[in-house]
Ligand binder design. Structure first.
Ligand SMILES: C[C@H](O)CC(=O)SCCNC(=O)CCNC(=O)[C@H](O)C(C)(C)COP(=O)(O)OP(=O)(O)OC[C@H]1O[C@@H](n2cnc3c(N)ncnc32)[C@H](O)[C@@H]1OP(=O)(O)O
Length: 717
């Protein structure tokens, strides 16, 4: 690890030493920055002209926390881990908080993780009202390691501290002030001076000298605290049964309350060092960087292109997808036109958008006033006349090639020449859609996931002739509507659907061989997916599942497993959650219950498949189920990579996490696969392929990686 970041210290005539963290873009605390803070403190404490210290961050940001590249380096054995307690006890507690001269933090922008932990060790905190303060470490699979588990409960009380830490949920300066985490609010231009004055006031005993670590007035009495911790454990287990670190975090907090904050600090240091090397932390750190890497697309984002301003967007089709996309856009302030074919459909579409917004109002996430303002951004239309000043169109009609071709030919006539023409198709070839136009360089895929205003992923599909500028424009809109855009190539299913097609396929194959539907779903949800393949088919609807199946059969006949189970059930009007009956039956609250009546369909499907029940498969362990369901997904991910549909493996990790709910703490599908190794996966697939057919056949890329002993995720191993 190269040297990264520094601090600067300047002593003013008022006797205040101002220490500024300088490590763009977020002033993260690299080991170098921390060493430099230590050196500054040692100097400030020695100098007679320094009475007090203010610590702040350059360019309007206090600090985004411990440098995550340092964490990754330590995990990979490329950097030494500092001695236990060196930073949290020696520097932050004994040197900074225990100093004979008071410190005040001047917080603007953000104080996250280690950033907030340093601020909390100061004797007071001044913040802007908009600054974000939080301890999001759990999102990285670790716990706060610079004393945050001890100081936050003492500053804001246990209940609030647990909420902020367990949910990794930052709060704004304003709320922090109300809670007592921040002592005074100041506008950005007065922040440092207010902090200077406050620091001198402490030094000269006009304000109290508070060491947060020993505060106890906010802590609940011991009996109550234990109850709160017990409840938090139950909640943490309920939310993510596979995760250990939230429980470890609660133990560490408890230690500080029961045995005193210093004991708590040492337990925190122990736990931090251990958790850093856990598979969960490695996976989540990988996801952190993989998510940011999605915005770096070779040949597109490295050309120096600036996104053009999109003033107005039009959506064609007010169905489930169209209304969801429209909702996402107006929520981020884009004026939107929705076009439908008749007044009745248009009204239904507008009602759907309204319902999406109203559900936010009901949940207290949106005020009535904001609702009115947001809804006023949308306008329904029945023709293309008002398309003359739109900068982007997103078509979201049914999956019919001729209809889409007609729409794009019309768009070319009505929209201005710079207008981006996007389609939300999930299966149709983009080149086909644009065939009847002269606008192929501005035709692009904008594949949203349902419900579009909630799901965080946006697949941007690049056809043969799509221009980089159009991609850059759409990436920017994607970011503005808070999606993570991944840029992929054009093929049936693109990256996400293509990777996850085998997910349901292998589940169907297993059922045809005698395995229980509900056992499969249980094993998969225990693994960490939000739902198993059968519950998912119910949600998506059997109609869509059959249509998708046909697409795949046409495009990849050699590796589609032809189960009749879904068509047989659909014929009997069991079409999924919409019809209240699918693989499960549903009550009015959408609660799914297993249904013994599906046995007859399964038996019929088995007999049509002409398969003898396989006693070996009927007794599969959860581990084997996971492998048989997910290794074909990995196999397809390898094909997607080999064909260049995805530019990097980490994009597929993000696609699997954000598009399909693959557990982020397993790092995404390719990262997870690498924990087994290509060789193991390839040999399992080859063995199943011999017994159960071509569906499992390992692809050439996987075979190559296995033979070369290479990982799947990293170029060249
Ligand atoms: C011991 C301690 O308790 C342990 C810790 O402190 S662990 C760290 C805790 N802090 C965090 O988890 C915060 C992580 N960062 C974030 O949530 C967000 O980056 C943010 C809110 C700070 C800024 O978000 P945003 O403005 O959207 O910018 P974003 O694209 O995410 O980040 C900008 C760049 O800063 C980098 N960055 C952000 N936080 C970083 C950190 N803590 N360390 C290293 N790099 C960081 C990103 O990787 C990105 O780099 P890139 O431009 O090369 O891709």
């Amino acid at each position: 690890m190269g040297s990264k970041g520094r601090t600067a210290m300047e002593v003013g005539p008022d006797g205040v030493a101002l220490i500024t963290i300088i490590n763009p873009p977020v002033n993260s605390l690299s080991i170098d920055v921390l060493q430099s803070i230590k050196a500054n403190y040692e100097e400030a404490l020695q100098r007679n002209d320094v009475k007090a210290i203010v610590i702040t961050g350059s360019k309007g940001k206090f600090s985004g926390g411990f440098d995550i590249t340092n964490i990754e380096g330590i995990q990979m054995g490329k950097g030494a881990q500092p001695k236990k307690g060196y930073i949290s006890v020696e520097i932050i507690t004994d040197l900074l908080e225990g100093a004979r001269k008071p410190s005040v933090a001047a917080v603007d922008g953000l104080a996250l993780g280690g950033g907030l932990e340093i601020a909390m060790a100061c004797h007071a905190r001044i913040s802007t009202s908009s600054a974000q303060l939080g301890l999001p470490e759990l999102q990285l699979g670790i716990i706060p390691g610079f004393g945050g588990t001890q100081r936050l409960p003492r500053l804001v009380g246990l209940t609030k501290a647990l909420e902020m830490i367990l949910l990794s949920k930052p709060i704004k300066g304003e709320e922090a002030h109300n809670l007592g985490l921040v002592d005074e609010l100041a506008p950005p231009d007065k922040l440092v001076n207010t902090a200077r004055r406050w620091a001198l006031d402490i030094a000269e005993f006009r304000k109290p000298w508070v060491a947060s670590l020993y505060k106890s007035d906010k802590l609940e009495p011991l009996g109550e605290a234990k109850q709160i911790l017990k409840f938090a454990r139950v909640q943490a287990q309920k939310q993510a049964a596979n995760l250990q670190h939230p429980l470890v975090c609660i133990d560490v907090i408890e230690e500080g309350i029961v045995s005193g904050p210093r004991a708590g600090l040492w337990k925190e240091a122990d736990a931090f060092q251990q958790l850093l090397f856990s598979d969960t932390a490695k996976s989540l750190v990988h996801i952190f960087f993989a998510q940011r890497a999605t915005s770096k697309v070779p040949g597109i984002t490295d050309l120096g292109l600036m996104p053009r301003k999109i003033h107005k967007v039009a959506i064609i089709g007010g169905g489930l997808m169209g209304s969801g996309i429209a909702t996402a856009l107006i929520l981020s302030g884009y004026p939107v036109l929705v076009k439908e074919v008749n007044a009745q459909f248009l009204q239904a579409g507008m009602d759907r958008v309204k319902a999406n917004l109203q559900s936010r109002v009901k949940k207290g996430k949106m005020t009535q006033e904001k609702f009115e303002r947001t809804f006023s951004l949308i306008k329904g239309v029945l023709d293309y006349e008002s398309f003359r000043d739109v900068d982007m169109v997103i078509e979201a009609v049914i999956e019919k090639v001729s209809l889409k071709q007609q729409i794009f030919a019309d768009l070319e006539k009505y929209c201005p020449p710079h207008c981006v023409l996007a389609t939300n198709t999930s299966t149709i070839d983009l080149n086909l859609i644009g065939q009847q136009t002269n606008s192929r360089e501005r035709i692009v895929g904008a594949h949203f996931f349902s419900p579009a205003h909630i799901m965080p992923l946006l697949e941007i599909v690049r056809a043969e002739r799509t221009s980089p500028q159009v991609i850059v424009d759409l990436m920017d809109v994607g970011k503005k509507i808070r999606k993570t855009p991944i840029v992929v190539g054009n093929c049936t299913g693109f990256a996400v659907n293509r990777m996850f097609f085998p997910y349901t396929q292998s589940a169907l194959l297993l059922v045809d061989h005698g395995l229980d539907v509900y056992q499969i779903d249980r094993a998969i949800t225990k693994f960490g997916m939000p739902m198993g393949p059968f519950r998912l088919v119910d949600l998506v609807g059997f109609e869509v599942a059959v249509a998708t199946g046909i697409q795949y059969l046409e495009n990849f006949p050699e590796r589609v497993y032809k189960s009749m189970l879904i068509p047989i059930m659909a014929e009997d009007k069991r079409a999924g959650e919409k019809t209240k009956k699918g693989f499960y039956i549903y009550d009015d609250k959408r609660k799914a219950r297993p249904d013994p009546a599906i046995k007859k369909y399964i038996e019929k499907s088995q007999s049509m498949a002409g398969i003898n029940l396989d006693p070996k498969l009927m007794k599969l362990s959860d581990k084997d189920i996971i492998e048989m369901v997910f290794f074909p997904v990995v196999n397809e991910a390898c094909r997607v990579l080999a064909e260049g549909i995805a530019v990097k493996a980490s994009d597929l990790d993000i696609a699997s996490v954000m598009g399909m709910g693959f557990p982020p703490y397993r790092g995404g599908v390719v990262f997870w696969a690498d924990s087994f190794g290509a060789k193991y996966i390839c040999s399992r697939l080859a063995e199943w392929s011999r017994t159960y057919g071509g569906f499992f056949k390992p692809c050439a890329y996987l075979e190559e990686r296995a033979a070369g002993g290479l990982s799947l995720g990293h170029e060249g191993g």
